[in-house]
Ligand binder design. Structure first.
Ligand SMILES: [Zn+2]
Length: 149
């Protein structure tokens, strides 16, 4: 069986910069890592050296809950083996990001739908690729998040 992190490292088109190694290591275990700024407290994604809100370089990796909401989406029906659903997700921690919806038919996706991050082997050479699937327990996840804050 191929190690997903090794697959990512060897995949054409994926160049793992030292700053992003932590992201790919976690992705191989199904965990979404994002960065948080110690100066202003804001979380951000994609990872970068300086905070996009205050330019501080005092940032650190944090484990995202992987929970979020569909901000918007579209359905691509040409040029793919089946319909593909790019989604723009608002993570509960604040960052917004573009990914792919999996585990849902186009007619089931809705703006405002609760989703969970996952890493199916859809990248080059079977590398783990960030995607989102419908949250199987959206009410329970919302309660846990409310208790956490
Ligand atoms: Zn900041």
């Amino acid at each position: 069986m191929t190690d997903p992190a090794q697959a990512a490292a060897k995949a054409p088109g994926i160049i793992i910069q030292p700053d992003a190694a932590r992201y790919f290591e976690a992705a191989a275990s199904g965990v979404l890592m994002i960065k948080q700024c110690h100066a202003c407290g804001q979380a951000h994604f994609y990872p970068r050296q300086a905070c996009p809100f205050c330019s501080s370089q005092d940032t650190a990796w944090i484990e995202s809950s992987g929970s979020g909401t569909v901000y918007t989406y579209t359905v691509l029906r040409k040029g793919h083996p089946g319909p593909s659903i790019p989604v723009f997700i608002a993570l509960d921690e604040g960052p917004t990001l573009l990914a792919r919806m999996v585990g849902a038919e186009p007619e089931d996706v809705r703006i405002g739908m609760r989703v969970k991050a996952c890493f199916p082997p859809l990248g080059p050479n079977g590398a783990p690729l960030l995607a989102f699937a419908p949250d199987p327990n959206p009410d329970q996840t919302a309660r846990q998040d409310a208790m956490r804050s």
